[in-house]
Design a protein around this ligand. Structure first.
Ligand code: BMA
Length: 855
């Protein structure tokens, strides 16, 4: 802050100890910001909760009280100036004492607090923060409100009463680790006047040729007479305006009109220019304080309108008039201990998302309003963000002080995040409307009397449809607010024709087959998933004795412990047994089998739902977000990349589905019964349907070649040009051909592999390929190829794979973690060399391969 103000980080000399233990002594904190688990770990006072079953041994930490203290010198506070202590985040029940005086008590980790300490500052200051047990306080609150119908999925009821990251209570993918501490920065601010907030409400005209930005600064304190707003791009000043601060002195605003603005796009569809908006407070022309926000200009809309030929309404996002098929994923916090997630790690994650062709990431409501680096990465890399408010899977209470706290939380976080162009939607909660349905709680959509909702057994409706909705319409009127995920205009949340759905009838629910995902679609599927084991390297890292651990096998008690999902053994087994020939040994091949299973399952969903993205008026499905991209510890879960950012095989099959051009095939057997009594079939036909998905913005003219091979002999049994000069119109899927499975002799459908190739007419280049297998795969007589080759190309940029018989799911592996694959888990057919990009490989780098049927 210049020159009449200063910001002094209060980040040194922090010490901590257990508050409710008499002989405890203060020890230096490991880092700042921090939390108690990180500090205890640093001093080796607890075992690493991520290793083995140590989670069980550290539960006491969450039931104890902890105290943090530091001392800092007080800067002099000039006449007329103020000293403020700014706490960006205290987790959660904190009592803050400065020089012996209680200056703040908190109960919401998501609210930044600022306290005027002008008259309390001394030359040397002591700051002491005591954290009470959120877990025990939560239960006390539950007891205090016996009339509320408490109930949750995941964790326990006490979490509903506490405004703290809900996954800290444990989730079906994460351990229960109720940490506490000063998790975000603390600063001492000394100033006489300053800009406390800078916002930019931007509107891009439908023509995309002009834009306006209303820049508003909130000002605290007196002593400034003018404020200058500057707008620049790539270091070049575009516009500047100086205005007097309003008579009350608290706000100032200007409007910039831009012709031919540089627009922000999701990656692939355009660049990500970020304008710098700077507000500078002036007093007699000298600069007092300035704030800069990086903003992006885009016209982002959620389109919900009637569809041609189908009931309900669409649900898809349009950015700068481009309808975006939102293939993407759901995001959970990347660690149980947030303060140790580096900025680099956030960027690495979002890079992985973008490189995986994923256009949207949903910040799920059971975690946190993410750290600044997360959104900065999304802005820079062009990944759209669906942002939930932090509520999930339960019936939240709504007593008056809690509602007040939620209102402050909502407004503070919307204000902090509203300048990010990547955020295109805010949603009220995760699955709380589903919980309401399943618990039979009252919800009469036609009743619009908000106050009356508070008197029902589902009072949280007031939070989602009044508090959060008002906060959004006041602060970000141009951004879509959606009361919950899933939610659809007050209809049953499973209604596939309106709003978004969570499709959990594969894995949870009725445990449908993934081959039927086409029947399980919705207008927008914001969650669906399938579990797989993480990389063997990750398993070895969490087993106390690593490779030598006696529990190093799939069903061991330690490996089971690292899977928190109810019934996971049965569900993984069910999907494996229905589809694959597999064995529990060796561990490496079992891990491969689960990853192949997950990869097949998730790619089917993307492929079949994207097929329903059929162009203007026919956006029957507008997106699919896989549950979940990441993990918060080393675990078997639905994630497609594990805690150490090691992609599972599904990451690659999903990436292929979201490529600019892709090809899909379904194979369906149609049976015609002779008569309804005997049910003996006279005519069984196995047919394939082939389509192409062109997500580019250009119409393509293509040829389509179809080939088929005998799985056992490798003999080519069919090769024809199915279409010549076919148009694949931009940004939609197009049906290509339907035909019988090409066989030499009737009855051989079960041993024929079919591949379709889309070839760009203009350049003659193959732009998409897909290999379809008879299913279930376990019935197929897969061969062990004699000549399976996976060799590094001459230039070292690709692994080239080929074989003389069809091979299902070739996974290339490398011991060296620096070697990164751009693709993996590919199907091989005779006569073809499949290249998968690789980075970091050298001559002599050794690759291993696995495939289905290897053992
Ligand atoms: C949905 C999510 C999470 C959960 C996941 C898997 O309910 O919103 O709460 O982890 O499914 O069960």
């Amino acid at each position: 802050m210049a020159p009449s103000g200063v910001i002094i980080p209060v980040d040194k000399n922090w010490e901590f100890k257990q508050a409710d233990k008499e002989d405890a002594e203060f020890l230096p904190a490991a880092q700042f910001p921090t939390n108690v688990h990180l500090d205890l770990l640093h001093h080796k006072l607890i075992p690493d909760p991520f290793i083995g079953k140590n989670e069980l041994d550290v539960q006491w930490v969450g039931e104890a009280q902890w105290v943090y203290k530091t001392s800092f010198s007080g800067a002099s506070v000039p006449e007329g100036a103020k000293a403020m202590l700014a706490f960006d985040g205290l987790d959660t029940f904190a009592t803050v004492v400065l020089n012996g005086k209680t200056i703040l008590e908190t109960d919401n980790m998501f609210i930044p607090e600022r306290v005027d300490v002008t008259s309390d500052l001394k030359e040397e200051n002591e700051l002491v923060i005591t954290f009470d047990s959120a877990y025990l306080r939560g239960w006390k609150l539950v007891e205090q409100y016996p009339d509320h119908k408490w109930g949750v999925w995941n964790g326990d009821n006490s979490r509903l009463a506490v405004r703290k990251a809900q996954y800290h209570w444990g989730w079906d993918w994460g351990p229960a680790l109720l940490t506490c501490g000063p998790w975000r920065p603390i600063n001492l601010e000394i100033y006489s006047t300053k800009i406390s907030d800078l916002s930019a409400e931007s509107t891009v005209d439908k023509s995309l040729k002009s834009a306006s930005i209303v820049a508003t600064a909130e000002i605290e304190g007196s002593g400034s007479d003018q404020i200058r707003f500057d707008l620049s791009l790539n270091g070049k000043l575009i516009a500047s305006e100086t205005t007097t601060t309003s008579s009350s002195g608290t706000t100032a605003s200007v409007t910039f009109h831009l012709d031919s603005p540089e627009l922000w796009y999701p990656f692939r569809y355009g660049p990500q220019p970020l304008y710098h908006l700077t507000a500078t407070l002036l007093s007699s022309s000298s600069e007092i304080h300035c704030v800069t926000k990086r903003i992006g200009l885009r016209r982002a809309l959620l389109i919900q309108r009637p569809l041609t030929d189908q009931p309900g309404t669409s649900f898809f996002f349009e950015v700068n008039n481009i309808p975006i098929y939102c293939g993407g994923s759901d995001w959970i916090p990347a660690d149980n201990f947030i303060p140790r997630i580096s900025r680099q790690k956030y960027f690495d994650w979002i890079k992985l998302v973008a490189e995986g062709n994923q256009f949207m990431i949903r910040v799920w409501g059971g975690g946190i309003y993410e750290q600044p680096a997360f959104y900065e990465a999304c802005d820079e890399l062009g990944v759209l963000v669906w942002q939930d408010f932090m509520f999930g899977c339960g019936n939240y209470p709504a007593w008056p002080s809690l509602l007040e706290s939620i209102d402050r939380e909502a407004r503070a976080n919307v204000k902090a995040l509203r300048h990010h162009p990547s955020i295109v939607i805010w949603a009220g909660n995760n699955e709380d409307y589903q919980y309401q349905e399943s618990a039979g709680l009252t919800y009469d959509y036609s009743n619009k009397d908000a106050e009356s909702w508070l008197k029902t057994d589902f009072p949280a409706r007031y939070i989602y449809e009044k508090i959060l909705s008002d906060a959004c319409s006041d602060l970000i009127p141009s951004v879509q607010y959606h009361p919950g995920s899933p939610w659809g205009a007050g209809r049953d949340t499973h209604d596939a024709t309106v709003g978004d759905i969570h499709q959990w009838n594969v894995w949870h629910g009725t445990q449908e087959k993934w081959q039927d995902f086409d029947k399980l679609s919705g207008r927008f599927v914001s969650e669906f998933g399938m579990q797989a084991f993480p990389s063997v390297k990750t398993i070895d890292a969490y087993l106390p004795l690593g490779k030598a651990d006696p529990d190093r096998y799939p069903q061991s008690s330690t490996v089971d412990f690292h899977n928190k999902a109810d019934g996971h053994e049965r569900r993984i087994a069910l999907y494996l047994v229905e589809n694959l020939r597999y064995a529990p040994d060796p561990l490496e091949q079992f891990v491969y089998s689960t990853q192949l299973m997950q990869a097949e399952c998730l790619a089917s969903a993307y492929r079949l739902w994207k097929r329903q993205w059929k162009g203007p008026g026919r956006e029957y499905n507008g997106g699919a977000l896989v549950w979940q991209i990441n993990d918060c510890w080393p675990v078997t879960s639905w994630s497609i990349a594990d805690f150490y950012l090691r992609p599972k095989m599904a990451y690659f099959t999903v990436k292929r589905e979201m490529a600019p051009v892709s090809c899909g095939i379904t194979r369906k057997t149609h049976k015609h019964p002779r008569d309804k009594y005997t049910r003996v079939y006279i005519d069984t036909k196995t047919q394939i349907e082939i389509w192409g998905s062109n997500l580019t913005l250009e119409n393509l003219t293509v040829d389509v070649v179809v080939k088929a091979w005998d799985v056992v002999t490798g003999e080519e049994v069919y090769s024809e040009k199915a279409k010549e000069g076919l148009e694949l119109p931009e940004n939609r899927s197009t049906e290509i051909v339907g035909m019988d499975v090409p066989v030499k002799q009737k009855g051989e459908e079960g041993k024929v592999v079919v591949a379709a190739y889309i070839i760009d007419k203009a350049g003659g280049k193959q732009i998409a390929r897909y290999v379809n297998w008879p299913e279930p795969l376990k019935y197929v007589h897969l061969q062990k190829p004699k000549e399976l080759k996976a060799v590094l190309s001459e230039d070292g940029t690709a692994v080239e794979i080929s074989a003389e018989v069809p091979v299902k799911g070739v996974a290339v592996e490398c011991e060296d973690d620096e070697v990164l694959f751009e693709d993996n888990l590919v199907d091989i057919v005779p006569g073809e060399v499949v290249r998968i990009g690789v980075k970091g490989a050298k001559k002599g780098t050794e690759f291993g391969v696995r495939y289905l049927g290897m053992n």
